[in-house]
Design a protein around this ligand. Structure first.
Ligand SMILES: Nc1ncnc2c1ncn2[C@@H]1O[C@H](COP(=O)(O)OP(=O)(O)OP(=O)(O)O)[C@@H](O)[C@H]1O
Length: 229
């Protein structure tokens, strides 16, 4: 059995240090479900300001890894740090990290716009400062502001989920197949937005099955393989 270790690094200096440090460091991560080992001793390093796309066949463990990085799942072994600290559930962590890893929960009776207002207010931001309008225009959902999430198509719902993620303040985006269910134009707009996010100093770790998309974003690929292969 191979050691299952996977590493992604960029901008490494000769001393071994990385300018700006690591946004995400995963060391010897192991995740088991019952007697099945899904991730076996995985190392991953994402320098601050980098963009990494996790790729690999269905069921290889990409979402599991992203959940561990966001602290939404406890690993069986190993360590994860985000900006040098273990992920935790408090507001300090969640003011830095925005993610689509967890399935969203909608409030019945609240419109798309009302949800986005809520996210903005909950994060201490002004819902009327234009950010929501900007993100909705980017994702092509301006005309859906008064719609209830339940009435949206799957692609429209994906755009809404991304909007709810992008209106949060963050330094690190952790996105699970952000391109899924989007049409070609929306994928292009999303890729452009993610490039802007990176140009502004953000870091992006995502899982993706769409090579063209993650190339468009400028990501370094980290291919996962099954722990038992
Ligand atoms: N709660 C769970 N209990 C048991 N097994 C699980 C659980 N969650 C995930 N798994 C298993 O762990 C493996 C990895 O799942 P994961 O969702 O991380 O894969 P993935 O690479 O994201 O797949 P996909 O490309 O289909 O999204 C799969 O074999 C899956 O069946």
């Amino acid at each position: 059995m191979p050691d299952g270790k996977i590493s992604a690094t960029r901008d490494r200096e000769s001393s071994g240090a990385v300018a700006g440090g690591y946004a995400v460091e995963v060391t010897d991560l192991t995740v088991t479900y019952g007697s099945t080992t899904v991730i076996d001793g995985l190392d991953l390093q994402v320098p601050t300001g980098a963009v990494v796309a996790l790729t690999g066949e269905n069921g290889v463990g990409k979402s599991t890894l992203l959940r561990c990085v966001t602290g939404l799942q406890q690993a069986s072994g190993g360590a994860v740090t985000v900006f040098g600290e273990p992920p935790e559930s408090g507001p300090v962590f969640w003011r830095q990290v925005a993610t689509t890893v967890e399935s969203p929960t909608w409030y019945h009776g609240l419109t798309v716009r009302e949800h986005l207002d809520l996210v903005r207010v909950a994060n201490g931001e002004d819902p009327a400062d234009g950010r929501i309008d900007e993100v909705c225009a980017l994702l092509g959902i301006t005309g859906l502001a008064d719609s209830l999430p339940i009435t949206l198509s799957s692609g429209q719902r994906q755009r809404f989920l991304l909007a709810a993620t992008f209106v949060r303040p963050s330094r690190l985006l952790v996105l699970d197949e952000p391109e899924q269910r989007l049409d070609t134009a929306a994928k292009r707009a999303l890729a452009a937005h993610l490039r802007d996010y990176l140009a502004g100093g953000g870091t992006l770790l995502m899982a993706s099955h769409d090579e063209r998309f993650w190339h468009d974003v400028g990501a370094d690929e980290v291919g996962l393989r099954r722990a038992e292969d």
